[in-house]
Design a protein around this ligand. Sequence first.
Ligand code: ADP
Ligand code: MG
Length: 255
Amino acid sequence: MKNVVDIHDIGMKYQSLDGEIIALEHISFSVLDGEFLSIVGPSGCGKSTLLSIISGLLPATTGEVLVNGEKVSGASRQIGYMLQKDQLFEWRTIFQNVLLGLEIQKGLTPEAKEYALSLLNTYGLYEFRNSYPSQLSGGMRQRAALIRTLVTDPKILLLDEAFSALDYQTRLAVNDDIYAIIKQENKTAILVTHDIAESISMSDRVVVLSKRPGSVKKICKIELSGEKRTPLLSREAPEFRGYFQSIWKELDVHV
Ligand code: ADP
Ligand code: MG
């Protein structure tokens, strides 16, 4: 399988009023086509920084990121970015929210609108296209946010703590929901989370970062037995606990 993202020796220093903050050091790994990869690490270790660098929105201090062999600099149409808060605009209907990315990219063609409607239809939001975000449940809002990201047809999805704002029960359901959509649409996904169980349940591989300055401590390949792989079923696989313990140990969280 080919690499769609190559991260080469990324380092990041922020200048702040208190001086220099080294956020990331010597980060290198690749992401395969169609892979679901998670990045876990303690709070403040540079996970969001790394995702912003991969997106091309934040220039790294050292190193480079290649997407399909080309160096990223600036926003790229190949990349869709989804954040913790769904960031739907309350004064826009669901359909108008879903079209936002297209409007920004000046890509609001009749075909693109059709595609947006077909995604809303496939993923159960067509009846809500004229509703406002406040009329939807947390899970439906998250789905609408994902559809907004998918409408511009990015190859790679970056999800920064995309599920953390949801309560536990909803989060489990939304994990399954979003995972199914990402697989169905053949996307490559990079998920940042501080939730070890979530990372194992969704991923082909988990990258464990050290505390700040973040560096790669371990890359854990997740292989679970079972006929069908869904995040919820993954949590019941016999191997799950072992992966949890080994990642927990790497994270070395002291309370
Ligand atoms: P995480 O997402 O893992 O919690 P972040 O990438 O948000 O971590 O932040 C990593 C470190 O860099 C933190 O210490 C944070 O305070 C610092 N940081 C993040 N953004 C900036 C910025 N714009 N200027 C200065 N320091 C920053
Ligand atoms: Mg963060």
